[in-house]
Design a protein. Sequence first.
Lengths: 335, 335
Amino acid sequence: MSRTVILKDIAKALNISVSTVSRALRNARDINPKTRQAVLDLAKEWNYEPNFIAQSLVKKHTRIIGVVVPTINSNYFSEALSGMTDCAFEQDYHLMICQSNETESMENRSIRKLLSCNIDGLLISVSKETKNAAVISEAYRKNVPVVMFDRVLPGFECTKVIVDEYDGAFKAVEHLIRKGCRRIAHVGGPPELSVSQNRKQGYLDALKKHNIPVRPELISHSKSFEEDALVAIKKVMKHSELPDGIFFINDLSAIAGINYIRKKGLSIPEDIKIVGFNNDAASALVDPALTTVMQPGYEVGKLAVGVLIDEIQKKTDSYKLFELRTNLVVRKSSK
Amino acid sequence: MSRTVILKDIAKALNISVSTVSRALRNARDINPKTRQAVLDLAKEWNYEPNFIAQSLVKKHTRIIGVVVPTINSNYFSEALSGMTDCAFEQDYHLMICQSNETESMENRSIRKLLSCNIDGLLISVSKETKNAAVISEAYRKNVPVVMFDRVLPGFECTKVIVDEYDGAFKAVEHLIRKGCRRIAHVGGPPELSVSQNRKQGYLDALKKHNIPVRPELISHSKSFEEDALVAIKKVMKHSELPDGIFFINDLSAIAGINYIRKKGLSIPEDIKIVGFNNDAASALVDPALTTVMQPGYEVGKLAVGVLIDEIQKKTDSYKLFELRTNLVVRKSSK
DNA sequence: CTGAAAGCGCTTACAG
DNA sequence: CTGAAAGCGCTTACAG
């Protein structure tokens, strides 16, 4: 067979009806075992694959999950996407991925386009701009379940999958305290992002728990992560009494920090201990290797797809909040 | 109308036939302007959206492009995917993305699954294991155009979009030569990959052009990139006469190399100059900042989708080879 | 300019 | 256990 094999081809070859072939392919009972075997054999030999479009039309679902992320090309999101892809594949679902490039208008256009493709469910991590869920609710009106992950909208009622970054930051700072640090600085991210807020709060609460006073001069924020990380680093390093530990918003900033600190003639971890966040590939390779908080991006993606599929298949009806734990990866920079 | 509106609803309401409604919605001529207007008005009022699945079944195309990459979660591929997504979105196509996780069997399963979704075209970057294109050819047999990008199969005839890595490597090594290096080592990747071969050839030819003898003891290959990069690095560093420059297969290996070299008490770039490949985010942040070859991943993705769509729409019939240029980013590690 | 009919490839009651 | 028939929502020759 050079042309795509269809049910009719198998039926004709075996001299039976299309309905019987269809049943043989998926229905164990109500079919003569011999007929069934013959169909299965030929289907295999001819590499038969059911036409998914035709099936979708009849069954009124597509097994397609729409995904909207702020950006594909980031360590975290590409990891989450990777988990989603693997999980969807296993369960015979397909992903249609769009990126909002951090704008609300692209996000909305993406959702609408996905909806017109008859997706069975929507997975979304909102853009920096997104304040309300007007367009997202269109999904609900069409009976398409929605699951939010990572960047969620507090006001919107749906199942959410997030990482407990607060706890990750808390553990990171507590680790520095256990290592003897008492003047711990924090180089944060853009203050308006919930990511930055959560991690900073973890930092603050860890200090509090151990009765270490918060020193505002040891806290600084970068305006857009890496790009101006160095400015933020210098700010916490300019005081006569230097910090003995620094908790960074992410690994890339921490790596920039390591270099700056060494250039000043200080050594890590002896003079200053460092912890980052993300567990980027580079963190294990820099010198000294960077202690960091590992976010389970892959698991977030996997779980998000999993719970979405449950909702699609109506295995669950109430909205839930899933909060995944981070893992502290201790390396030389804090030993 | 609370239920999804279909053609029949509009036809019934207007007391005309479904065929007429269908024509009115998309065919300007061959239809009474008044009828047309009435249909358009009601369609708008009722928020009619054509059922994409039904359309696909009839028209025998889906506007879906299948993509198979070795892995989503890599700097290069996620960048390419990002370019693909943006380009597809603009042209009203959708992407279905699968990852082979570097195994041929997953790659094949992915292709088959994608094919059974009636994709209009296939975009693929093959896994490390893939030696022949048996399953990929199934796409051709189903009249689904195939475009390969980045990791291509030399024997398979189709349009290919690649980065001129040979040239990138050549420029990188020539840069080292211009900086005065004469004993230039190469730490390569898995030797069976075309990526590794191309970059190595660029290295060899640059030496040749400048009449520098090739020293086999200065060339080593890692079996799987980062994981055993250190082994490969040690191999070229174990000779009494050390190299004065090293060209690495990628940035992560180069960063590992930098650390190893410094630990041995040598300084970069004074004793040994280093060049990597990829322009990963970390390359600008390590110390010394890493000279590296920037690959236009985003452009590769964009172009690949663009030429695939051209083939789908039969705007082109012959197979072409697109080769994008790299850019050498000179930083401190080679100054 | 319009409608009846056939068909895209599949599934699923319904008879037999 | 099997087949004929209807139908999913749409498009497109074909008549008229």
